[in-house]
Each structure stands twice: as C-alpha cells, then as structure tokens.
Write a protein that binds this ligand. Structure first.
Ligand SMILES: [Zn+2]
Length: 487
C-alpha cells in the first residue's frame, strides 16, 4: 500500500514537471546569458572583478517618515573588489550624508566585506570587527547580485537551476549556487543580458523582503559586457545606487580575506542577550536601561504603560518581562513608540505578540499596519509563533493619557530634522520628559537639541529631568548647556 502511494506521488510530480517546463529550458537561459556577457569559458576563467564609481546609499528605516526616501549618503571613491573563486568581496567608500545626521555631516570612510561566511568591517583606525552572521549572509548573497558572478555561479558544477519562466519581456530562472545561496536571475528576452538578480532575506522590521539589484547601461569591456548602472533595493527602498566609472576583470585586488582576528572571532549568531537594569526615577516611573536602547515604564491606576519597545524580540521581550515584575498585580497594556526608525520600532512585533496596544504618531499607522502583519517565514519571530490582533492608537499633535494616579501627555516633536514621526512623553507632576534621539547626552554632536528646546518652550512644559532613550538620565539644565555649547 505504502509503495503504491509513493509511486503515485512520483508520477504526479513527474507529470507536473513535464507540463510546466521542457527539460533544459532553465539551462538555456543561463547559457544564453553567458553567451551575451562574453562566453561561458570567459566567465569560468574569471578570477577577480573591480568596480569603481560613485553613487548613493539610501537611509533604510531611518528617513523622515516610513515612506520617505529623500535622505541619502553621497558615495565617493566607491571601489568593490571581488575574488570570484573564494566569494570574497571588499567595499571601500566615502559617504557624506545629504541630511542632518546624528553623527555629524563630515565624510565617513568605510571599509567592509565578506569572506565566504565571515563578514567584517574595518574602522578608520584599522580595528577590524566581525559582523553578525545574518549580515555576512546578506553580503555573501550580494556577491551574486552582479551579472558576471550570478551567471558564472549558475554555470558551475553544483549549482541547481529550476522554475524557468517568462514575465514582462524577461526570461527568469531560480538558481541555488554551489555555496547553497538561492537567488533568481532575470535576463532580457531580446538581448539575453541580465536585467536583475533577486534574493529574499529576513528583515526584523519588514519581514520576508526581496532584495533586488537591477543592471543597466551595459558597455563592452575587453570583450565582456558589464553594466554601468547598478541599483539595489530592499523592498521598494533603494539602498545602493552605483554609477560605474571603471570596471575590469582579472586585475590585481590584493588579499581580500577577512582579517585573521575576525576569522577566529566567535560567530555572532543572533542579537546579544538582553541586559535590563531598573532605576526608579520617581514613584511610578522607572528607567529600564542596560544596553544601547532604553525604555521607561509609567504606572497608571490600573495598568502600566511602556515607552519604547526597541531593536528586536530579544530586547523588547526582556524589557516587557522586567516591566511586569515591577507591579506584578498590574497589567502592562500599552506601549508608546517614540518614532518609526527601525532600531526604535524593531520590538513592536514582540509588543503586539504580548498583547500591547501601540501608541504612535499617525504618520506611522499605515506602515505599521502593513509591517506588523507581514510574514516572517525566513526568521520566524515571536509574533509569527504567537499571533495577536494589532491594536494601534494614532497620536496627531498631542494626546493625554490620564487617570487618578498618573498624567502623561504625548507631543509630536514638530520640525525636527531627525524624523517627522517623533513623540516625546511629558509627565507634568513629575516634571519628567522622555525623548529619543533628539538629545542623547553622550553624543559628540547634538544637531536636534535646539529644536527640542523650541518644542518644550512651545508647549510651556516645566521639565526638570530628561529620560533619554540613548545615554544616561539628564536634566533640562544640561540640555540648555549642551545647546549653548553647540553655538
Ligand atoms: Zn531615530
């Protein structure tokens, strides 16, 4: 009986495959692309690639609103060096923000790369650090987001091709490289030149997302066709757009292996374990710190409110658990989100999974309705495993949450160059202000402090203490002093 079921299954699968694609159609797409680029043997013989130019990096998850794309880093001296056989890529670039940046607007020189499964960055002082494995994986996948490496990977032994199809004037095939990296290759139906490479990745805030690199402006370079415009998007957001000035194969790239200190460093397989410290700032007000992103718990008559569920599941769930320990008999029912930036909203899915209602600026609502209900199959998070209804309360210019025990007003921070979705929380009885990113006491530059002071004055707030989401507890006097020193 069992055998006959297996036989039926095998026959059915075979029948489906025969009906959907002729044998070899997938291989034909790859062969045609190889021929168009300069020949399969030429691609297989290729050792190194260098791409130089300039362009832009987007500011994914950190722009003025969730939909905005106006903030970019201008790239100069972009150089991407690739060692093809060993899947090593190193990028050197200098980037300058075209917007008011929290680290200041001076040009930043960056060096970062991937060596197979090991990702790394090299600071201006030469110090090398290993990246999280998830970042390394995305960088290794990006190695294939280029016509010559993508088609070469599809040609070599060990690559698996499947699902050949046509759409919108393109022939498309799914590839799993010999290194087990999956991606989709699309080629132009007419020229057979690759038009784009698409891969899927997990994003804490956006869920399962497509990363797509498109290729345009092909030119002849020593018998090869190379694209002189290379544009990468995560979801709909442009993350890198390079206008190539010069590129060539088999030039000298030097040693692109990861620094030995990085290769022997312990792999970073997930977010750091959460450390949550508690400081009671006033009766019914606690500052939950311990790492880079803090939260505040506020006690009302019959419930607790959390301000900020940052970063990711690990941090947000630890903060929520700690908040519940403070008043075990009182439910934690809601969370105030200071703004949409991904590091400040990355724990909102965890908050939803814990049944919390989200208070956020109304400009974020549509984005959260989408982002907080998206599938996360590639990195199944807490909300994926523990679905709860999404409840969002929109805040326009101001909104007061009040009962017999506590009064807290949420104000939109108007006109800030940091984001247009910022809320600050004010506790009038305690003369406490909670804010994120617009005054972080230990920051070397304070480009948003003057606007914060304007907003505080505009609303006539009497502030003594400031609880910042980054940095240590400070005072309004310190904010004034810092601002004066900036002038
Ligand atoms: Zn921010």
């Amino acid at each position: 009986m069992r055998r006959s079921i297996q036989q039926i299954t095998v026959c059915t699968v075979a029948a489906i495959c025969v009906s959907c694609s002729k044998p070899g159609q997938d291989r034909q797409i790859v062969d045609d692309a190889a021929a168009a680029l300069g020949g399969a043997q030429r691609l297989l013989d290729m050792k190194t690639i260098v791409i130089e130019g300039e362009g832009t990096n987007g500011n994914l998850g950190q722009d003025m609103t969730p939909e905005a794309t106006g903030q970019v880093f201008e790239l100069f001296g972009y150089r991407r060096s690739v060692d093809v056989n060993s899947a090593r890529v190193r990028i050197e670039q200098t980037r300058t923000p075209n917007f008011v940046y929290f680290q200041g607007n001076q040009p930043q020189h960056q060096v970062f790369g991937v060596d197979g499964e090991v990702g790394y960055g090299i600071a201006p002082d030469g110090a090398a650090t290993r990246t999280a494995d998830a970042v390394a994986k995305d960088r290794l996948t990006d190695f294939y987001h280029y016509p010559l490496t993508a088609v070469r990977a599809a040609l070599v032994e060990g690559a698996a091709l499947s699902h050949p199809r046509t759409a919108s004037g393109q022939r498309i095939v799914d590839v799993v490289s010999a290194r087990k990296v999956p991606f989709t290759l699309a080629i132009d139906d007419r020229t057979s030149l690759p038009t784009r490479v698409v891969s899927m990745t997990d994003n804490t805030n956006l869920g399962d997302v497509a990363v797509e690199t498109t290729f345009a402006d092909y030119r002849d370079v020593n018998g090869l066709k190379m694209p002189f415009r290379i544009t990468t998007r995560t979801d709909k957001y442009v993350t890198t757009d390079v206008r190539v000035a010069k590129q060539f194969v088999d030039g000298v790239v030097g040693d692109l292996s990861a620094p030995s200190k990085v290769r022997t460093a312990t792999p970073i397989v997930g977010p750091a374990a959460a450390v949550v410290t508690v400081e009671e700032v006033a009766p019914g007000v606690w500052f939950l710190a311990g790492q880079s992103h803090h939260s505040v718990v506020v006690e009302f008559a019959d419930h607790l409110t959390l301000i900020e569920a940052p970063q990711n599941d690990v941090r947000a769930l630890a903060v929520i658990a700690k908040a519940r320990e403070l008043r075990p008999g009182k439910p934690l029912t809601e969370v105030v989100n200071t703004h949409h930036h991904f590091d400040h909203s990355g724990g909102l899915r965890a908050a939803v999974s814990e049944g919390l209602t989200i208070y956020t600026r109304k400009a974020n609502v549509a984005f959260y309705q989408s982002a907080l209900t998206k599938p996360h199959t590639l990195g199944a998070d807490r909300l994926t495993r523990n679905r709860k209804p999404l409840r969002i309360e929109a805040v326009d210019e101001e909104r007061t949450l009040q009962d017999d025990a506590m009064t807290m007003t949420l104000y939109h921070i108007a006109g800030s160059a940091h984001a247009d979705t910022l809320l600050m929380a004010y506790l009038p009885k305690q003369r406490i202000l909670v804010e994120a990113d617009v005054f972080s006491p230990q920051s070397a530059v304070q480009p948003y402090a003057a606007n914060l002071i304007e907003n505080i004055k505009q609303h006539g707030l009497a502030v003594d203490k400031i609880l910042p989401i980054h940095g240590t507890i400070t005072t309004y006097a310190e904010l004034l002093k810092t601002q004066a020193a900036q002038k």
